[in-house]
Design a protein around this ligand. Structure first.
Ligand code: ADP
Ligand code: MG
Length: 312
């Protein structure tokens, strides 16, 4: 098969929700990644970090309370999550190559900063809940002391909410490219990347969460990849999802995807950002294909046997 440059975006099911779950989940994830490498593709891996960054953020907040210091900024927590998740994926990949009696390629995790615009409208309407649940009194106290914005989350208590601005520039892109081009298997842009804004020469971390599917699409576009493969918990994208007249989609154009999105076919916060990320990439050049499929079906989807393909 023809060698393709592929950016994979791994969803929550690729990593599980807890430390022990992650140890097990990464084995399946490594199989899916090694399948694509074994088929001769150049692969770069992007992953989410929701549960992991939550755990780290909570731990750092607890620590700060005992210590009387300020909790580690969210940007630092994202950096920690990239290292921790990278460690587990590196280890699982190595083992999977050995299990198949394949040569283990150089595997590396790149701690990645992603620049966002300080005036991104998302900063005016923070909506992404992060960290622990609090009762109202504590939530208001933390909001006052730390300048957090807190909101009631689905009747389960109060949580801090942060903005989800659009990724504008992958700061470590030249390093990622150089590594990938020299045959290394790179894990990068974890959790959508460490969100930073430019302040003169300094890149300042900001309390925000970048959507990993948008970061993966920007990476795929700027690396001039052939494919963006979004691996998640469904085999295909559907219209009328969950309804009796549900219809799975196999091959759709950018225009069709946009029309379905405008018609409200995709849930905001889950499938909508994936379809939008797929559209961004597919529209960015000729012969660029985005695929959304189940983690375990990556290889079949690349062979055109399943998944939802979005092309110009
Ligand atoms: P990830 O952790 O991979 O980012 P999400 O839960 O954020 O996964 O998004 C994937 C989920 O989106 C699917 O598991 C499915 O339940 C849901 N979903 C919402 N709308 C649709 C749709 N129209 N077609 C398919 N799946 C959808
Ligand atoms: Mg998601």
């Amino acid at each position: 098969m023809e060698k393709k440059k592929i950016v994979i975006a791994l969803g929550g099911n690729a990593l599980g929700n807890t430390l022990p779950e992650q140890m097990i989940a990464v084995k399946t994830t490594a199989k899916a990644i090694v399948d694509l490498v074994e088929d001769g593709n150049e692969v770069v891996v992007v992953h989410g970090n929701g549960p992991q960054v939550g755990v780290i953020n909570n731990a750092m907040t607890e620590y700060a309370q005992q210590d009387g210091s300020n909790p580690a900024p969210l940007s630092v927590c994202v950096a920690m999550s990239q290292a921790y998740i990278g460690y587990d994926i590196q280890n699982a990949l190595r083992e999977e190559f050995l299990n198949r009696e394949l040569a283990v390629p150089p595997i590396a995790t790149m701690v990645t900063q992603v620049r966002v615009d300080a005036d991104d409208p998302a900063f005016r309407t923070p909506s992404k809940p992060i960290g622990r649940f609090m009762n109202k009194d504590l939530a208001l106290k933390e909001a006052g002391e730390r300048g957090w914005i807190v909101k009631e989350d689905a009747g389960r208590g109060y949580r801090r909410v942060v903005a989800s601005p659009k990724p504008k520039e992958i700061i470590e892109l030249p390093a990622i490219r150089a590594m990938a081009d020299s045959g290394q298997l790179v894990i990068c842009c974890g959790g959508g990347g460490i969100p930073v804004v430019a302040e003169g020469k300094h890149l300042a971390g900001v309390p925000a969460v970048i959507d990993k599917d948008f970061a993966a699409a920007l990476l795929a576009e700027t690396m001039e990849a052939d494919m963006l493969v979004i691996l998640t918990a469904v085999e295909k994208v559907a219209i009328r999802y969950g309804k009796p007249e549900q219809k799975w989609l196999s091959d759709i154009s950018v225009a069709e995807a946009e029309q379905y999105a405008a018609d409200g076919e995709f849930a905001p916060g889950s499938m909508l950002p994936k379809v939008q990320a797929a559209v961004n990439f597919a529209r960015s050049g000729e012969n660029r294909t985005a695929i959304i499929t189940l983690l375990e079906k990556a290889r079949e989807a690349l062979r055109g046997e399943t998944g939802t393909r979005i092309k110009k």
